[in-house]
Design a protein around this ligand. Structure first.
Ligand SMILES: [Zn+2]
Length: 563
């Protein structure tokens, strides 16, 4: 009875609060049809933006409101916060989203491709430029659409030692401008190789990965022939840009499983280890640099000066090509620290930057999410200089090889800039070749190189200057005190032998912290193990059956008998 009363009271309360506009019903209907709905929440009503950011998919501040997206579960949780809100209904009537149903109709880059035309375009890039372009399948979406990337390189079918760069767009399926911009950028790079010096230099010096469409199910939510009904979330109604492991909020800050699309990207980043990347979105016009998960007063990226420098370079090109108001809606400078704008958890920018040691910026490229097709060529004019020059950042910084000083074997090593790096900003050399690339501003640095089992090396006064990459090769000497060496050196005896309940391991020298033992049966089954803590360590073997056993300490094996 009490429960019923509470329930009735709750229903009454909700009705009272929203009866005039039937907002809740409207939002729920929208979610029923599209899997997601857009809501506006008055700013002065929000007590804790962090709680709201964890409850719904916060999009952007819009005047006196925050715009947010909700799926069914998010909306239920949101209603529990008791915040006033209204549904955001976009006026779609003026939108002209002309589709290209044939490849020929894409020739002026002023239409959105149907899914089939997109697929064909990507294949044609690889077929038309086989010596510099390869088509990768990053994975498949929930509805089994392809998640594709072009690898553009002077040797696309080989793993070569050049910096790796990644552009990706439209992981929010309704943020369309970046999709066509990246297709057109791919075409510009490929068709200008050997013709235009800049395009040629970029391809010769960098391995470029371009994924124009990260969330095909969202973009083609209305079917493969239109982007008119594109939506933010994937087919499971999950925001992919809140679905990645987060440096602050943990592995599943959105309380959802990693989506197919998210896992595909995580695998792709694992196998490619990008050095510089960017993620294209829409809904604002601003460059958003790490971190998103915290304000800069709490956490600042060690390379904040580098981020600001590359952002400045990008926005400096804009006034020559775009109207004066372009890229000024968030801040007049055109770039901002992500967390200082608003905190986001589970975004790909922070995932790539923190966990994968890349430097990723979120490019918000157009105020209009579903940019009218009549604007597409204008936006190319406004943004292509910046998009091109951002890749060229891979031609500055430090590179080299890290190898074993005797055998010349390539080493996976950590590259750490002293008095500079922190919060995972270090980078690593490749296991396969020992090659590393570290983007960094011009200057003089002390840099340390370290690898498991090797003596670390610190090199002072490494001078990095603006003209091309500075090369610093490093040879590391094996650490004689490495675990492997220690284990090889251990000398010991066991007594008594035969033993009854207790067996003593007696070492000729003091054990290392990591020295351990294991006892195996004559059939090789491990029965006991533990640490060797002192020169004499006594083990209780009373639980072993009578028989023959083998004890390992370090790498040496001794036979003993249990009576
Ligand atoms: Zn977005």
């Amino acid at each position: 009875m009490k429960r019923l009363f509470i329930f009735l009271f709750a229903v009454f309360f909700i009705n009272l609060a929203y009866s005039q506009e039937n907002i809740v019903e409207k939002v729920r209907n929208e979610i029923k049809v599209w899997g997601e709905a857009k809501i506006l929440i008055p700013k002065n009503n929000i007590k804790d933006l962090n709680i709201l950011a964890k409850t719904i998919s916060l999009d952007y501040p819009k005047g006196d409101f925050w715009l947010g997206y909700v799926n069914q579960k998010q909306y239920d949780n949101f209603l529990a916060l008791n915040l006033k809100h209204k549904i955001f209904e976009e006026d779609n009537s003026t939108k002209a989203l002309t589709m290209a149903a044939t490849m020929a109709q894409m020739s002026n880059w002023d239409r959105y491709p149907t899914y089939q035309v997109y697929d064909s375009l990507m294949r044609r890039f690889a077929l038309s430029y086989p010596s510099i372009c390869k088509l990768d399948t990053i994975g498949f979406s929930v509805n089994n659409r392809l998640i594709l990337a072009l690898k553009i390189s002077s040797n696309p079918y080989q793993e070569i030692d050049k910096p790796k760069f990644c552009y990706s767009s439209t992981m929010h399926g309704d943020e369309l401008a970046g999709y066509v911009l990246l297709l057109r950028l791919s075409n510009w790079l490929l068709s200008n190789y050997g013709i235009n010096q800049r395009a040629t230099d970029i391809i010769n010096n960098t391995q470029i990965f371009i994924n124009p469409l990260a969330n095909p199910d969202g973009t083609y939510a209305g079917g493969n022939s239109t982007v008119g009904f594109s939506k933010r979330y994937n087919a499971n109604n999950i925001d992919l840009n809140r679905n990645f492991p987060d440096p602050i909020a943990g592995q599943h800050s959105d309380s959802e499983q990693w989506q197919k699309e998210t896992l595909a990207f995580m695998n792709y980043a694992d196998s490619n280890e990008f050095s510089i990347s960017a993620n294209l979105h829409s809904g604002a016009e601003v460059l958003n640099y790490p971190y998103d998960c915290s304000t800069s007063s709490n956490i600042s990226h060690s390379d904040v000066d580098w981020f600001i420098d590359v952002c400045e370079n990008f926005v400096d090109s804009i006034p020559f090509y775009a109207p004066a108001v372009f890229f000024t809606d968030v801040v007049t400078s055109g770039y901002i620290n992500g967390g200082n704008w608003y905190v986001v958890y589970g975004g790909r920018q922070d995932y790539h930057t923190y966990f994968k040691h890349s430097r990723e910026i979120t490019f918000e490229v157009s105020l209009q999410k579903k940019l009218s097709t009549s604007e597409l060529t204008n936006y190319w004019d406004y943004l292509s200089p910046g998009l091109i020059s951002y890749i060229e950042n891979c031609q500055k910084g430090l590179e080299g090889y890290i190898r074993d000083s005797i055998t010349n074997q390539p080493l996976r090593a950590k590259v750490w800039v002293e008095n500079h790096d922190g919060f995972n900003s270090e980078i690593y050399s490749k296991t396969s070749s020992g090659y590393y690339y570290r983007p960094i501003l011009d200057g003089t640095y002390t840099i340390s190189f370290s690898s498991d089992g090797y003596l670390p090396k610190t090199i002072p006064n490494i001078n990095i200057s603006g003209s091309g990459l500075t090369i610093q090769n490093v040879l590391l000497a094996k650490n004689e005190n490495s675990l492997e060496e220690i284990n090889n050196r251990i000398e010991y005896s066991v007594y008594p032998n035969p033993a009854n309940d207790l067996l003593t391991i007696s070492l000729t020298s003091k054990p290392d912290l990591k020295t351990n033992f294991s006892i195996k049966s004559s059939l090789g089954v491990e029965l006991l193990d533990g640490n060797v803590i002192d020169k004499k360590t006594i083990i209780d073997i009373s639980n072993l059956n009578r028989g023959i056993y083998f004890i390992n300490v370090g790498t040496k094996v001794t036979k003993f008998i249990k009576e």
